[in-house]
Design a protein around this ligand. Sequence first.
Ligand code: NDP
Length: 322
Amino acid sequence: MCEKEKIILVTGGTGLVGKAIQSVIEADKIKNEKWIFVGSKDADLCNKQGTEKLFEKHKPTHVVHLAAMVGGLFHNMAHNLDFLRNNIHMNDNVLQTAHENNVVKVISCLSTCIFPDKTTYPIDETMIHNGPPHPSNYGYSYAKRLIDIANKGYYEQHGRIYTSIIPCNVFGPNDNFHPSASHVIPGLMRRLYDLIKNGNTEDKTFTVLGSGKPLRQFIYSLDLAKLIIWVLRGYDSVEPIILSVDESQEVTISQVAEAIAQAFDFKGKIVYDLSAADGQYKKTASNAKLRKYLPDFQFTPFTQAIKETVDWYIANYDQARN
Ligand code: NDP
């Protein structure tokens, strides 16, 4: 019997993760799957009618909901209310419109940075709601946590399998390199490139904000894309799943800065500005649940992924989100 065609609508399809899925799916096309990638120009998902028109146009059977107001530590700290409201609206509009249109599966995106500030480590999928998030990003965090609550509601009231994934920090080609809105990796890449593009000399000083000591897990966007495609095809539970590198692959911010410096072949020296905020010291996540399903999944080595991203950034500087 012929399997019915899946029409997969990817919101946030123009962003870092969306573009990574586009490039992975190009090489991993299978029969009976039609992928549609949309960005904010196609519809403002903060608006219910706009969201409905988008669903009417594409008639998806499946949705990968990546669209969100996303930003780094300093952007979050200054705009918590905007992060809360925009993300609540987008998430509610997408989930409710998916339900109204009989979409069979929705995968939404949480993040490891929405977990309780005071917690034990490693964090796992059962701990999302155990206490307040770090005050620096409470708006983003509470909006994201509500997705998990809504998913449980859509299951209990309507039997829907709407689920969520919890990536750790993501980086890769097509990231946002804007100085005030970016995450740590693209932010550092942008500042280092600006410092050396007119001369990579020994007298240059690269200043990293904070102590360099916080620990983070970073996933390469192309690895995350492969895992999201697996979730779409093979993970059928409402319960969230952490998509992170292994605990042993956690790195300090100073290791990140050094890997970036090496990828740019930086000749000067790195210093740390201790007056700047560090954010959470660590937020180590366990990927044990993922490893039960995919014990042999190979993550791209961190320094290789950093090098590929730096090479992409240099080659695409003029078109990148700067
Ligand atoms: P990006 O900032 O790169 O992309 C955001 C996407 O959302 C873009 O496609 C953007 O469209 C779209 N978007 C934003 N506002 C609206 C709107 N009002 N209506 C419609 N679309 C909108 O994000 P990422 O790819 O980094 O993140 C994808 C998902 O992963 C998000 O849900 C994020 O919370 C989550 N996540 C990200 C992490 C990271 O480190 N980056 C870590 C953990 C989770 P356009 O560009 O066309 O304006």
